[in-house]
Design a protein around this ligand. Structure first.
Ligand code: NAD
Ligand code: MG
Length: 300
């Protein structure tokens, strides 16, 4: 008898002999629907069991990739969802909306640019207002800038969107969410294996992800007395639009091949971590932790 799950089997079948994917490129932010193969977000596999029944969650970057997988899983666990995304990702966001509504839950769609403080704060207020409250904030939107190697290739123009999207927006959104989060609620931030094993071409991105790990631990201390838990998920190489949109296309053939499991992961393989950390029953005493979903790469 095989103990390999359907999700793992699908993920293994989707990769080439090196563990990666066919060369391809998109303009940022990229669309899930234009990837080959189209990623697996758990559409056919995720089974809910009421772990988040009646909760209200906001997932930034919930249109595609890891955010979409978390959104589908949260909806099937009984949560209503607000997702934010860039206006040019409307078609991916509509796909995610369809999966949330198929699960019988509410989907609130909030297009905005998180690099803008006013839009970012308004997005959180709109989510809470339209959902009628907020129990889970997932700071998942992220951006990395494709550039050459070398410190000299970083300039303010290309560094600014990386820091604004990953770090500033996470802090702005978390501040704004505090008006709505009560005991039992939680903040979950998507960090990265890059916080632990930084690659020189991602120097600025990796620095933001390391900072987010530190932010997670520190904010967990501050919010613990209010009964609010703060955690992070650190993914390894996952097949999402971020990759063809921000890497040289030919690098994707080897994407994930350097992990102990020997392949890239699918967004569906991250969903369980986000559900666990959000679940008051499963993770009620878990705060200030970073949960790796890395194919075996160390997260310490
Ligand atoms: P993705 O492209 O599907 O998701 C990223 C999302 O960020 C986009 O869908 C977009 O909606 C949002 N976003 C980017 N810039 C924005 C802006 N200015 N305003 C509003 N929204 C914006 O890719 P993903 O890989 O699922 O990314 C999700 C998170 O996972 C990111 O934080 C990323 O850094 C992190 N991550 C990804 C990997 C990986 O290998 N894919 C590995 C480690 C960490
Ligand atoms: Mg997207």
């Amino acid at each position: 008898m095989s103990t390999t799950s359907d999700i793992t089997r699908r993920a293994e079948e989707m990769t080439n002999d090196s563990g990666g994917f066919p060369p391809q490129e998109q303009r940022p932010p990229g669309l899930s629907s234009e990837m080959t193969p189209v990623p697996d977000h758990g559409e056919q596999t995720y089974r809910g069991s009421g772990k988040l029944q009646g909760m209200k969650a906001l997932i930034t970057g919930g249109d595609s990739g890891i955010g979409r997988a978390a959104a589908i899983a949260y909806a099937r666990e009984g949560a209503d969802l607000a997702i934010s995304y860039l206006p040019e990702e409307e078609s991916d966001a509509q796909d995610t909306r369809g999966w949330i509504e198929d699960a019988g839950r509410r989907a609130v769609l909030l297009p905005c640019d998180l690099r803008d403080e006013t839009q970012c704060r308004q997005m959180v207020r709109d989510a809470a207002q339209q959902l009628g409250g907020l129990d889970i904030l997932v700071n998942n939107a992220g951006y990395q800038h494709a550039r050459g190697e070398g410190l000299e290739t970083i300039d303010s123009e290309n560094m600014d969107p990386v820091f604004k999207t990953n770090l500033y927006a996470t802090i702005w959104a978390s501040q704004e969410a505090l008006d709505h989060l009560g005991p039992g609620s939680s903040i979950i931030t998507t960090t990265s294996i890059q916080a632990y094993q930084p690659a020189p071409p991602l120097l600025d991105y990796a620095a933001t992800k390391s900072a987010l790990n530190n932010f997670t631990v520190n904010l967990a201390s501050e919010l613990g007395p209010r009964g609010i838990r703060v955690n992070a998920v650190a993914p390894g190489p996952i097949w999402t639009p971020l990759q063809p949109a921000t890497q040289p296309g030919e690098k994707l053939e080897e994407f994930g091949s350097d992990t102990p499991l020997g392949r890239a992961g699918q967004p569906a393989e991250c969903a369980g971590a986000f559900v666990f950390l959000a679940s008051p029953a499963d993770a009620g005493y878990v705060s200030g932790t970073v949960l790796g979903v890395t194919g075996g790469k160390p997260v310490f």
